[in-house]
Design a binder for this molecule. Structure first.
Ligand code: ZN
Length: 238
């Protein structure tokens, strides 16, 4: 499976998943339909499946345009069905979705929103706004306990798992982590790498579970209380 990031809106990434064998292409969280369609067309791909992680408009506003142009069917969280238009197949924890020749398992990962789901494919994790490179989503709906549990669950994925976040927040995340943990070698190393990538105009995603386990303090938080302290500190960090 090939995964390509299509930059959209101010700092979103729309992920295109292309299965070379079947020719199938899925789009994850099309916040901008035109960007998603152009990204696929530029590679000679036709989108036939839409996967949604959560209801926020910067992840769902382009569903109608993609469906109108391609007839693709839409999968997403059943718990958030009332919050966005166009959902064909509602999903809950433990459900399985065929994505090309691979099968994704659905994990309910509440915290950023209450119905947020992640798509876990063999070796690949589409995590929406739950886990970012060096960070995690803001708690718009859920509690620190919920988000801590969601991150700890993602932490059980194998090190080699490639992680696809939905935003380019990495540099500001590692500036925060470096201020939080000035002596942390893994954080310092990653901050330098990420700063160089951004200076060169390159994306910092995808990331890997190995990298996040090593340098993402939100994933390393030992309990919900420490996670809550860290999340609150990040919310007010400038
Ligand atoms: Zn969101």
């Amino acid at each position: 499976m090939r995964a390509v990031a299509v930059p959209a809106l101010s700092d979103n990434y729309i992920w295109l998943l292309h299965d070379e064998d079947s020719g199938h292409t899925a789009v994850v969280d099309p916040g901008d339909g035109e960007a998603a369609l152009n990204g696929a067309a530029a590679r000679g791909w036709t989108i036939d499946q839409v996967l949604i992680t959560h209801w926020h408009p910067d992840h769902t506003a382009g569903i109608a345009a993609v469906v109108a142009a391609t007839g693709a069917k839409v999968w997403g969280p059943e718990a958030e069905r009332a919050k966005f238009a166009g959902l064909d197949h509602g999903l809950a924890d433990g459900d399985r979705v065929q994505v090309g020749s691979a099968e994704a398992e659905v994990w309910h990962v509440p915290g950023h929103t209450l119905g947020h789901i992640a798509y876990i494919l063999p070796g690949h994790a589409l995590v929406g706004d739950t886990l970012f490179a060096g960070g995690c989503g803001r708690l718009f709906e859920g509690t620190p306990e919920q988000m801590h549990a969601s991150l700890q669950r993602l932490r059980t994925l194998p090190d080699e798992t490639i992680v696809y976040p939905a935003h380019e927040y990495t540099l500001s995340n590692y500036r925060f982590l470096a201020a939080e943990a000035p002596g942390d070698a893994a954080v310092a190393r990653r901050l330098a790498e990420v700063a160089a990538l951004r200076e060169a105009g390159q994306p910092t995603v995808p990331t890997s579970m190995a990298e996040e386990k090593a340098s993402n303090l939100f994933l390393r938080a030992p309990d919900a209380a420490e996670f809550a302290r860290l999340r609150a500190a990040k919310d007010s960090f400038r």
